[in-house]
Ligand binder design. Structure first.
Ligand SMILES: [Mg+2]
Length: 181
């Protein structure tokens, strides 16, 4: 290998190591919403809606949470989460779903996020630890991140999503992630 290439490679490795260790020492996290942020999950909700269970009942959530194999990962948000992880940040998933039957779903995301919370009050988690950003599609994702003093990033919903509520990208002058739908 040419000497110059070797030196360049070595410096890249050194810089990477320094960035990684300094981030780890400070224990920084980055948060992600689940539905319409990391995944297009309309198919799971459609299955639950057709199941005959009362919407938002315990059994309804069991159907939604166990249908994760139907969810489609969203390329841009998932790639961003991976880049954060490569830089040493902990990716954390916080969804306002109820957690009934959600153990398998959590396990399914272990490769990306060690922590996966079912929590309606997202700011209660965001304010407890050091989050550099929270990515989410809903207006409430943006307002709850702000409430917790965390920088919100708006992820665009797929136009095919059945969820049309609480969606006004840019309404809070937040950064809207391009190509994220
Ligand atoms: Mg969402």
């Amino acid at each position: 290998m040419k000497r110059r290439v070797k030196i360049t490679l070595l410096s890249v490795v050194c810089i990477y190591a320094v960035v990684l260790t300094s981030v780890n020492i400070r224990d920084l996290k980055v948060g992600f919403d689940y539905d319409d942020t990391l995944v297009f999950s309309t198919p799971s909700f459609r299955v639950a809606n057709k199941s005959g269970e009362r919407p938002y009942s315990e059994e309804y959530w069991r159907v939604v949470n166990s249908s994760f194999h139907l969810d489609k990962k969203k390329l841009v948000p998932v790639t961003i989460a991976l880049v954060y992880k490569a830089l040493g940040y902990d990716a954390v998933i916080i969804t306002s779903r109820q957690g009934y039957g959600g153990e398998e779903l959590k396990k399914n995301w272990k490769w990306l996020a060690r922590e996966f919370y079912f929590e309606r009050n997202k700011s209660s988690i965001l304010e407890k630890e050091r989050f550099v950003a929270y990515f989410g599609d809903s207006d409430s994702d943006i307002t709850e991140a702000r409430e917790a003093g965390v920088r919100p990033i708006r992820v665009k919903r797929s136009p095919k999503s059945d969820n049309k509520r609480k969606y006004h990208p840019g309404q809070y002058q937040e950064f809207v992630l391009p190509f994220s739908d």
